[in-house]
Design a protein around this ligand. Structure first.
Ligand code: ATP
Ligand code: MG
Length: 491
């Protein structure tokens, strides 16, 4: 079958160089899959019957990965662009995997078909010859792309038992590509999930990151749970299954966490918000108590316990310290403003400090939206929430004051040659009045000139000007606050 794809010149140059030296060269794996789906590939992989030293002999700027025989070819001739690496790997043969993760030895092959046979899924086992425009697809990967199905190459149970990482790759690919997993492959996942015990936490973490950053984290994590895989990603996540909540909630704790996470993905919010959404109610199961008075379940302190449990879970998955710190803070403070009567500006200020500053505060507010949508309530931002947001903005606004002027009291003394005294303050406020009228005047040059002149006027006149400026500043500030409230519809 013939097809013509637009392939970047640095990539086609490599296949051409190999072919000119009488070797075979094919694009393979994710890039062919993505070309067939009509997407731009993230990276380009080439496979060839040339051996590592033969590849190394044909290109200048290379590096060699001994584990798999992969040669990285660095394209550094596009000026000003970041170096682009294309990986060239010799055809390899499937060998035994006694550790459930690494092939016991890397054996090179002369046949493309043998290389395709060792690949994980049919959609990843298609090769494309750039020069011939030819597609080689022995496992009907194209059909599976059209039908949006992830299917193991060969016997699924055998393939997943060779390398447990393939279990997570299947689930991750299904969430990234929005493909379903073939029934037999799915059954094999359920029958081999314990293989994940042999996979390093770092690899599991990397797949979890990609699942969370995909468009379908909810569906993928729900699937992982049903197939018995979630336990090996982070066992705490599963404890919420079937844990009924109070009347405010339509879903059990687990489904609530998934729905909250999905909302963060739908909004394309950051990774930390998504991770915090997934963990925020992680400790509801162990803090759940029945209240005879309320005739309902309570979860007092679940955010405090949850922050500790989240910290341990993320450490276990070897997340970077900074990520852990932030996500733990978001989980710890996700119950902010549970009592609406307590909202004061100073309480808001304290919360911004608790959660670690302005950026985290906006993320916390978004986490709250996820939490709310995850309970099944239709209204994303009720009045109370908008009111809180408006107060955050109010607290964080730049106050209108002489501090925003491009001149200081000491500069005024310097240009006027005067000693400290009330005149300096009056002058600053008089300058503020001018700048409020015309912000373009807030330049060093203008203000220094003007200050010099003002300082020469009699103190009484200066005092009047200064007081007028002060009043105007306060008024302008109040207007600012009003604008913020209008913006959030909480006037
Ligand atoms: P993406 O680059 O979008 O993550 P990809 O499919 O290119 O997707 P890579 O990890 O770059 O993923 O792997 C390149 C190719 O190598 C895959 O398409 C697949 O053919 C093969 N492959 C990768 N990991 C495995 C594995 N664990 N078992 C078998 N084949 C694998
Ligand atoms: Mg790739």
């Amino acid at each position: 079958m013939k097809k013509k794809f637009a392939v970047p010149e640095p990539v086609s140059r490599i296949t051409k160089t190999l072919e000119n030296a009488h070797f075979e060269a094919y694009l393979v794996g994710g890039c062919v899959r993505d070309l067939l789906r009509g997407c731009t590939p993230k990276d380009w992989d080439i496979t060839t019957n040339a051996k590592p030293d033969e590849i190394l002999g044909l290109f200048e700027n290379t590096y060699y990965n001994n584990d798999f025989g992969t040669v990285g070819i660095v394209n550094d001739d596009e000026e000003g662009k970041p170096h682009h690496v294309v990986e060239v790997t010799p055809y390899r043969l499937e060998t035994t995997y006694s550790d459930g993760r690494h092939p016991d030895e890397v054996v090179f092959s002369d046949k493309l078909e043998e290389d395709l046979a060792r690949r994980d899924f049919t959609i990843n086992a298609i090769a494309y010859s750039v020069s011939k425009g030819q597609i080689i697809d022995p496992y009907k990967g194209q059909e599976d792309i059209t039908r949006k199905i992830i299917r193991a190459v060969g016997n699924p149970l055998e393939r997943l038992r060779e390398d447990g990482l393939r279990i997570l790759r299947a689930i991750r690919l299904s969430s990234e590509l929005e493909f379903a997993i073939d029934t037999d492959t799915e059954k094999a996942i359920a029958d081999s999930s314990e293989m994940l015990k042999k996979i390093s936490k770092e690899r599991i973490r990397d797949e979890l990151i990609r699942i969370l950053m995909s468009t379908q984290p909810m569906q993928a994590i729900a699937r992982a749970q049903i197939l018995g895989v979630l336990n090996y990603i982070s066992p705490n996540l599963e404890r919420g299954v079937g844990v009924e909540q109070n009347q405010a909630h339509s879903f059990d704790v687990f489904e609530h966490l998934l729905r909250a996470t999905q909302h963060a993905a739908d909004k394309e919010w950051s990774f930390e918000i998504r991770l915090a959404a997934l963990f925020h109610d992680i400790s509801k199961p162990e803090t759940r108590r029945w209240s005879d008075e309320k005739k309902d379940w309570t979860f007092h302190g679940h955010e405090v316990v949850g922050a500790r449990v989240t910290k341990r879970a993320l450490e276990e998955l070897k997340f970077p310290k900074k990520t852990i710190e932030k996500v733990v803070k978001l989980v710890r403070w996700h119950m902010f403003f549970s009592d609406p009567d307590q909202i004061t500006l100073s309480a808001v200020r304290r919360m911004i400090r608790n959660v670690g500053g302005e950026t985290n505060m906006w993320d916390l507010l978004n986490l709250r939206i996820c939490d709310r949508v995850g309970t099944g309530r239709p209204k994303e931002q009720p009045f109370r929430f908008r009111k809180y947001k408006s107060m955050v903005e109010e607290v964080l606004r730049d106050p209108i004051s002489v501090a925003m002027l491009k001149i200081t009291g000491s500069k005024i003394m310097e240009v006027s040659g005067e000693t400290p005294g009330p005149k300096i303050g009056y002058t600053l406020h008089a300058l503020l009045e001018e700048v409020l009228d015309d912000p373009k005047k807030n330049t060093k040059k203008y203000l220094e000139n003007k200050a010099k002149k003002l300082m020469e006027s009699p103190i009484e006149d200066l005092k009047k000007l200064g007081e007028k400026g002060k009043e105007k500043g306060t008024l302008a500030d109040e207007k600012n606050v009003e604008k913020i409230r209008e913006k959030h519809w909480v006037k």
